[in-house]
Design a protein around this ligand. Structure first.
Ligand SMILES: Cc1cc2nc3c(=O)[nH]c(=O)nc-3n(C[C@H](O)[C@H](O)[C@H](O)COP(=O)(O)OP(=O)(O)OC[C@H]3O[C@@H](n4cnc5c(N)ncnc54)[C@H](O)[C@@H]3O)c2cc1C
Length: 592
């Protein structure tokens, strides 16, 4: 059967087939090989230095970056024409995942290969790429990205930094302060955003040695202490006119498109961090004895291990499903066309909603995991000598950078509404049908023998529920809905959890008969454990939204619909948790 490539956000409007999703079990040998090389490098070379890196031994960070360059890990997304590997997004995400256990180092790596390199790849002229790209992708030079300012974070376009053309027309003179710049302490090339004549938001390639570029002191941070974070101060910084990146006044395109990539890669990276933290938690639970038993024998600890396993399974299923969507879309673009990178970015932007979902969902999962891992370590979880303490501190930033989780949550329904309004997706029409379904309950029997029939019926109902609630909100607030943040956040939570449940279910279904029976059964257990919790989140978010937007009979009708549409028969839940825990405790790691 031919694979159907869904549009961004279309998953909410249609039934998705298992054949249309990419799963980690679909990785090619080449992808697995690159993952293995990365894992060996991180385990054998970076991890032994992790304490020194956390003490801000930046020479070690730079040395490992250069070694990453030698291994080809800095050139995954770079064009072949400039010596890059130009591999698919699934590979690029897999590498981000494998680097992630290194915490601070992985942040330095992500900033360099993502926001540091991609603006040049996507928008650089031939001359700019000839001059800089090889240095960057081999690790000879380190890159940084300067968008945030002391007065403008989420509101990035509110930047105050200015650029003024010099009298001889040869330079732009940049002034202003950029805040929280990752890699600043040792970067050689900075992509800096400033407004020409205080108006035209524009990107510039700024070398470290350019006159007038100064650095603030290292920030003293809560976590990822081994990554460099400083202010970049532009004090009449002279930048040659040929170093304008992209078009004058079009810097916002660069800033935002690159963030989409950052978001799906962050999803992959935090998934890697969660797997690692979970594995350390399980190992400790097997070693630590209380009441003459390893604590992993206690149901309380087993349940934590089972839940974490199920959440990470969902997070992993979600990010690689997104990788598949991106890769399939990007494969449709002809590499020989002149505006290849323009089309390429439109391809990524098609899934901007899923990129935000990946960022929010996976960083929230990591937060849950590190919290539970500290709890498994007990008092030792609070002590720096043990790894859980670092996991806990390092995790926190992921819910803040690459767009805070609030900003990303708001973007999800916001972008859907915009696409609906442009007529790109038939949300209104489907919402009408959903309201009909709300008023006329169907009593069709479902064939419970079919694989995941219960979950698939649930997904159908949850999508209807999303449409009912978003339709009611749109009707109530009309074009003012973009300002109704409390309601938008609730809608985002519903959309996020639906995507996660569906990714978990379709992966398990697709791999039935492909993986061992034992693994398939464990996947089904993970689906059950995860879905049980996710559906509760959806029910709560939907109830909240209903109270925000409705009253009287309409409210009662929606509340009763929520009860009906979120009904999930999780028979066997306890056994599913015990199965997952037993397998994870035996393997002493994440099991899928
Ligand atoms: C360690 C670290 C490394 C970083 N690396 C880089 C880097 O390399 N380059 C770079 O350019 N930046 C970098 N940043 C900056 C980072 O991207 C910003 O901190 C982030 O975008 C949030 O901006 P802010 O800190 O100004 O918070 P604010 O924007 O002030 O947000 C504060 C709170 O208000 C909420 N909020 C803000 N606006 C809205 C809104 N419209 N609606 C609802 N809620 C809202 C936010 O969600 C948040 O909860 C880094 C930050 C840190 C801490």
């Amino acid at each position: 059967m031919e694979k159907k490539l869904l549009k961004g956000a279309e998953y909410l409007l249609t039934e998705v087939s298992k054949d249309d999703v990419f799963t980690p079990e679909d990785f090619s040998d080449e992808q697995k090989q690159i993952a293995e090389t990365t894992e060996e490098f991180v385990t054998n070379e970076v991890m032994p230095d992790i304490e020194a890196i956390d003490q801000q031994d930046f020479d070690k960070v730079v040395a490992h970056m250069k070694k990453s360059g030698e291994l080809g890990l800095l050139m995954i997304d770079a064009p072949e024409e400039y010596g890059g590997l130009e591999l698919d997004k699934a590979t690029s995400m897999l590498v981000a995942e494998k680097i992630a256990p290194s915490g601070s180092f992985s942040v330095a790596y992500a900033a360099h290969t993502g926001i540091g390199t991609l603006p040049l790849v996507y928008y650089g002229t031939k001359e700019q790429k000839d001059k800089y790209l090889e240095k960057i992708i081999t690790g000879e030079w380190i890159a940084a990205y300067c968008l945030t300012e002391p007065g403008s974070g989420s509101d990035a376009l509110g930047a105050k930094a200015t650029a003024t053309l010099s009298e001889d027309g040869k330079y732009y003179i940049l002034n202003g302060t950029k805040q929280f710049i990752t890699n600043a302490g040792f970067a050689d090339l900075f992509t800096v955003f400033a407004k020409i004549d205080k108006e035209h938001f524009t990107a510039f390639l700024v070398e470290r040695t350019f006159e007038g570029l100064e650095l603030g002191p290292e920030e003293k941070k809560m976590g990822i202490k081994g990554s460099s974070t400083r202010q970049v101060i532009l004090n009449n910084c002279k930048v040659p006119v040929e170093n304008v990146l992209g078009e004058v006044g079009k810097g916002h395109k660069i800033a935002f498109n690159v963030l989409n990539v950052g978001r799906f890669k962050l999803g992959a990276a935090v998934n890697g961090a969660a797997k690692y933290a979970l594995s350390e938690g399980i190992k400790y639970a097997n070693e630590r004895k209380q009441f003459n038993l390893p604590i992993s024998k206690f149901g309380a600890i087993k349940e934590k291990i089972a839940d974490m396993t199920a959440y990470v399974y969902a997070s992993e299923s979600l990010i690689y499903r997104l990788a598949g969507l991106l890769d399939d879309k990007l494969a449709t673009i002809d590499k020989n066309i002149d505006n290849y990178y323009e089309e390429y970015q439109k391809g990524i932007e098609e899934y901007a909603i899923e990129c935000s979902i990946s960022k929010v969902f996976c960083s929230d999962v990591l937060a849950k995991v590190v919290d539970e891992v500290v709890q498994i370590f007990g008092g030792y979880g609070f002590i720096q000598e043990y790894p859980a303490e670092r996991f806990y501190r390092d995790e926190r930033i992921n819910r803040i950078f690459e767009g805070t989780n609030e900003v990303n949550r708001l973007l999800i329904p916001g972008m859907m509404l915009r696409r609906a309004m442009k007529g790109e997706l038939p949300f209104q029409k489907e919402a009408m049908k959903a309201i009909e379904a709300l008023m006329t309950p169907s009593f069709d029997e479902i064939d419970t023998d079919a694989p995941f029939a219960v979950e698939k019926e649930l997904l159908k109902n949850l999508k209807t529920l999303y449409l009912v609630v978003s339709g009611a909100a749109a009707q109530k607030f009309m074009d003012k809905i973009v300002k109704e943040q409390e309601t938008l956040l609730a809608l985002a939570d519903i959309a996020i959890q639906i995507f996660a449940i569906e990714s978990a279910v379709l992966r398990a279904e697709k791999n039935l008969g492909k993986v061992t029976e034992k693994k398939a059964a464990l996947m089904a257990d993970a689906v059950k454990v995860f879905t049980f919790d996710a559906v509760e989140i959806i029910a709560k978010a939907a109830r909240k939204a209903a109270f925000f937007v409705e009253e009287g009979d309409n409210l009662m009708m929606i509340l009763s619909g929520i009860r009906r549409f979120t009904k999930y028969d999780a028979t066997g839940l306890l056994q599913a948790k015990r199965n997952l825990a037993a397998a994870a405790i035996e393997a002493e790691k994440y099991i899928f």
